[in-house]
Design a binder for this molecule. Structure first.
Ligand code: SF4
Ligand code: FES
Length: 536
């Protein structure tokens, strides 16, 4: 492994690494704009130039491979002078509108101007102004904030392969643009707002909603599909404001889909179920949560007593966590050891959506066809517990003896949109008659006729583990509390089981055992990384 010296410090690099990568891996601070670890290296912004002993000119650290014994200076007078000149050049036409810019607080131009720039501008001419542009469904371009790093252009070529963005013009007239009639509308489009190092590309959804330094980040997983994209849920005072990608080399690298990014909106849907309901004399009436849970358990017990073994079922949703599915399955089996464990609908688009590099054709990103996050985890629970089980198709067909026998069910939803088939023939018989406990997040045909309705927390309001399409178990934490009147499914099952201990996903993982015991929580990031101001 090559060893280099950076500002007098010995740095161990990896073979074929660039100087910048070796420095960043070692925790050293070097400014960079155009470099992004997920994109090709173009060395166009020149802020990362460093002095290397034996080489007369400054070299771009992002594009210069390490060599054993190399001696690098990042704070020499020549390197510092270059940093100041690049910063001065980049700010010449910049509008300096940080107070109204969404990027303020997470802007590399802002940060570097403190760390590496000049305190005053010498530019006395009129600034060259460029118009704001609507470049796509989710993204706005403030062209006069752009520093022409071309990260966004490379993203649409090298990751999505859709090539919507390009550099138009040359010199001071050059700007980022879209081709006529070809807006930036690919399913990963809003990643360009994340990788834009300044406030030029902004997410329309987040525009002017919050100052970023007020946001706290909680590690979570995408609820959109079986891919298990790693995300940060960013929130303030119990309200989620945005979702950002969380790097995971094995799953989603630096990127997330737009569907994942905007999945949080359902949490604040005004139609959310927030009132527990029980049926009294044929009419649904609002009740206390504990009363509704007691009614649910009593109704299932009565059905089991009347119908005999195997007459009740738990319909486990692939939106549930593994821990929740385990607890509900355990609860119904404690009422009837022959209770049927079934999995709810697992919608699919038929085929994965694959993205490729526009030149090499190499696969860069895949959106899973299965549009639920934890079908594999729910199947794992059903297999672990054994006994009578049914697939969704078995339930709908209703031909198997153990399905025909069902008199009651505890049915869980929690999907991000309506999941009840509109055609009554596509609904299982146990959805239409018998005693039905429905635990869900949004109202639907089933909640409208259920005997008991239990409002349920969304994934961002609870903790647990999901298993993605590749069998990867990933734990996540609650980012925000559930609204008043709503309970986490784990709490509901804990009380249905009569347990006195508080629900904790970690202790249920221990109870399940096996692979679940080795699942670890991602670390929480509640503060911005500390800055090390360079003394110039
Ligand atoms: S819009 Fe942002 S990412 Fe694109 S070139 Fe300009 S500064 Fe770079
Ligand atoms: S980061 Fe090296 S030249 Fe831009």
């Amino acid at each position: 492994m090559p060893k280099i010296t950076v500002d007098g410090k010995m740095v161990e690099a990896k073979d074929k690494q660039m100087i910048l990568q070796a420095c960043l891996d070692d925790g050293l601070q070097l400014p960079y704009y155009c470099y992004h670890p997920g994109l090709s290296i173009v060395a166009s912004c020149r802020i990362c130039l460093v002095e290397v002993e034996g080489i007369p000119k400054l070299v771009p650290s992002c594009q210069t491979p390490v060599r054993d014994g190399m001696v690098v200076h990042t704070k020499s007078p020549k390197a510092v002078a270059n940093q100041k000149q690049v910063m001065e050049y980049l700010l010449i036409n910049h509008p300096l509108d940080c107070p109204v810019c969404d990027q303020a607080g997470e802007c590399l131009l802002q940060d570097y101007s403190y760390q590496f720039g000049r305190s005053q501008s010498r530019f006395e001419e009129d600034k060259h102004k460029k118009a704001k542009k609507d470049v796509g469904l989710n993204v706005l371009l403030y062209n006069d904030r752009c520093i022409m790093c071309t990260r966004c252009v490379r993203f649409t070529r090298e990751v999505t392969g859709t090539c919507e963005l390009y550099v138009d013009g040359r010199g001071h007239k050059e700007e980022i643009d879209i081709f006529p009639g070809k807006p930036l509308d690919n399913p990963l489009s809003a990643n360009v707002a994340d990788i834009c190092p300044v406030g030029a590309l902004l997410d329309k959804d987040f525009l002017f909603k919050q100052r970023v330094w007020l946001l706290k980040q909680t590690p979570s997983i995408s609820p959109i599909d079986a891919g298990g994209e790693n995300i940060w849920i960013e929130h303030n005072e119990g309200v989620v404001y945005r979702v950002k990608p969380r790097y995971n080399a094995d799953v989603n690298t630096w990127w997330i889909t737009d569907d994942t990014r905007y999945s949080y909106k359902v949490i604040s849907d005004p139609k959310r179920l927030v009132r527990p309901i029980r049926t009294q004399y044929g009419a649904q009436v609002e009740t206390k949560y504990d009363t509704a849970v007691n009614d649910a358990v009593a109704g299932l017990k009565a059905a089991a007593a009347e119908g005999g073994p195997g007459s009740i079922a738990a319909v486990l949703s692939p939106m549930m966590t593994i821990e929740e599915a385990w607890l509900l399955a355990t609860a119904v089996r404690s009422i009837d050891p022959q209770a049927v464990l079934a999995i709810g609908p697992t919608p699919t688009t038929g085929a994965d959506q694959v993205f490729k590099h526009h030149l090499t054709g190499k696969e860069t990103f895949r959106i899973q066809a299965e549009k639920v996050p934890n079908a594999a985890g729910v199947r794992r629970v059903i297999n672990l517990l054994g006994g009578p089980s049914a697939t969704w198709d078995d339930l709908v067909a209703g031909t198997a003896d153990h399905v025909k026998k069902l008199k009651a069910a505890w049915i869980v939803g929690g999907y991000l949109s309506n999941w009840i088939p509109t055609d009554a023939k596509a609904q299982p018989a146990v959805f239409k008659k018998g005693f039905r406990v429905v635990q869900d997040t949004l109202p639907n045909d089933l909640t409208a006729k259920a005997d008991v309705v239990l409002p349920m927390a969304f994934w961002a309001e609870t903790e647990g583990t999901w298993e993605n399409h590749a069998g990867k178990l990933q734990a996540f934490m609650a980012a925000v509390p559930a609204p008043d009147g709503v309970r986490r499914a784990g709490d509901v099952y804990t009380s249905a089981l009569g347990r006195t201990t508080k629900y904790s996903a970690e202790s249920i993982r221990t109870e399940i055992g096996g692979d679940l015991t080795s699942v670890t929580l991602p670390s929480e990031r509640t503060e911005e990384p500390a800055y090390e101001f360079v003394d110039l």
